[in-house]
Design a protein around this ligand. Sequence first.
Ligand SMILES: CSCC[C@H](NC(C)=O)C(=O)N[C@@H](C)C(=O)N[C@@H](CO)C(=O)O
Length: 692
Amino acid sequence: MSPSAPASDASSTSPGGSAFADLAAFVALPRLGGLALSADGSRLAVSVQTLDPEGKKWQSALWEVDPAGNRPARRLTRSAPGESSPVWSPDGSLLFTSARPEPGAKEQTEPKAGLWSLPGDGGEARLVLTRPGGISGVAVATGTGEVVVAAATMPGGSDARADEQRRTRRTDAGVSAILHETYPVRYWDHDLGPASPHLFWAGRLPVDEPATGADPVELRDLTPDAVPPSGADGSFTLSPDGRLLARVEEVPDGPAARRDRVVLMDTADGSTRPLVDDPSADVFAPAFSPDGSALVCVRQAMSTYAEPPDHTLLLVEVADGAVRELTEGFDRWPSAPQFSADGTAVYFLADDDGRHAVFRVPVDGGPPLRLTGDGAYSDLQVARDGSALYALRSAYDSPPVPVRLDPETPLQDPPALPAPGTLDRLPGTLHEVAATASDGTRVQSWLVLPEGASVETPAPLVLWVHGGPLMSWNSWSWRWCPWVLAARGYAVLLPNPALSQGFGQDFVRRGWGEWGGAPYTDLMAAVDAVEQRPDIDASRTAAMGGSFGGYMANWIATQTDRFRAIVTHASLWDLDSFTGTTDLAYYWQQEWGDPLREPKRYEQNSPHRYADAIRTPMLVIHGDRDFRVPVGEALRLWYDLQKRGVPSRFLYFPDENHWVLTPGNSQIWYATVLAFLAEHVLGEAWQRPELL
Ligand SMILES: CSCC[C@H](NC(C)=O)C(=O)N[C@@H](C)C(=O)N[C@@H](CO)C(=O)O
């Protein structure tokens, strides 16, 4: 199913099959991230994460990939702190952020990322911009090369020296406290404030090395009054001529909620006007047309107690703010829109039937056309001469690899361009299966079968429930990798139940506010169907999931004893306490209601209310720095299990967040899950991972 090409050179070849049986080899596989196409379309840059020499963290470096697919990939950057956010300047230089030290500079205790430039014609990268809080993002005007950067800035810290002084005074006084006066106060894994992201105008960056003693690039604060955002989008983009900046701005939406709108700023004088400001929707992901006269953005209708959110694309005229819907009647959720090279169409991505596909919609009307077949696409790049699209393509049987697409041909399945990270083999096979729910609805799933699964040797089965829940299983995941389980002989079922994306709005509605209803029964229908297969051993099964998938793992534990073991990661246990303490409470209370005034959905769907019913052994996993699903959920679940004498274990990460971000902890995560499954599903003796 996965198109593949030979890896680009010996150093980047990944011996796929065996790596999944050896966790140390698994975490050492190269992981590809962001993609950037140069203005003339002749160069592609991609970030590649690999293990540092001590194997303690992943380092990101930039590689060059040949868009024509002829030359092997070559590494462009090399430093211990790594490089990320690659953007090409029209002059051919490659801009990126890195906390690497400047040659000859004295070592900093807490190095912050600066903006670096790698000349197009070769030579050494040089540091072009710094800010006391580091540079976190960059936008380049495609026509002029003018630059805007984002940098965390203390209140009153527009001037770099003032910013530095404020930071130093807090450090010297030993103060880390933050005084909040608005909601929210945290986002995923970090605190909001006291610094907040500001956007700075840098203009055209000097092409050559500045002479010694020359003035550094002067930065002008475009958003001096910015306050800490919730972090929800915050994207910004420059018009091709650099005269306009479109950015996503958060505005209050009631006493303890925020929503996103798109504002347009004149970069010369900073004057700003709202471009799309819709009290019933978040509007984000703006992108300019090639002539700068229009923008396309995503409108997400806010969810209510009765209705889930819905997404559409808006075409907005810069001159008068006139808005037109581009994807009316399209029953999928478009994202990441971009104009075609001639401005007559918009490309976008959307979940569709277990894939995350590229679509093209004409600007002057007509239905969207799906350009890709299997797989999940991201980082779409449009060649400015209109000859091609480039993207990262992944699937459940392929990690992300760069590909070239024709801009108009439907349902393409392109081969990978030579790059690091292409696997040669997987320890099993991927199958698409379907089940029928009790109301007749089709439930699509991916099924990973291990090598050797057969009628004679049926494989034990693990049900793996995705997170979100408004997303779907459709792409490769290093964090939820079924092949690690397949390498130990497990079949893994990855279903897309009610609430999953890519099956239409009615499919989402079936589960809205009723997580314990159709999403649960759809999952059981999917398990029932695969258990009929002669190559599956229905007597040896387990269920697991993270985040919403962890909620569902907990719910499953309270509803059925059909599984031998349950693994629950970063899970929701008590919906009332979750919706009050999660980082963005207002998002969830739109669906669940206020627990004091509208307790019904909480009472019906919160797993903790049914704790007495649990008989299945459970492995609870949680990170203390998880602000999306705060650790209190795991602490209470753990206490409730222990109090009831349910055989259980708690894998606790004091310094991880919603994810598991270090190679060591990632290996321990998989090792503990595998040991727990081996004990309960395979009936082996418990083997505590050596380092625990
Ligand atoms: C408040 S923002 C939207 C909620 C968000 N949903 C999605 C689609 O990501 C979310 O954070 N849900 C978590 C409970 C969750 O299940 N997260 C998933 C997806 O990010 C995970 O795998 O961690």
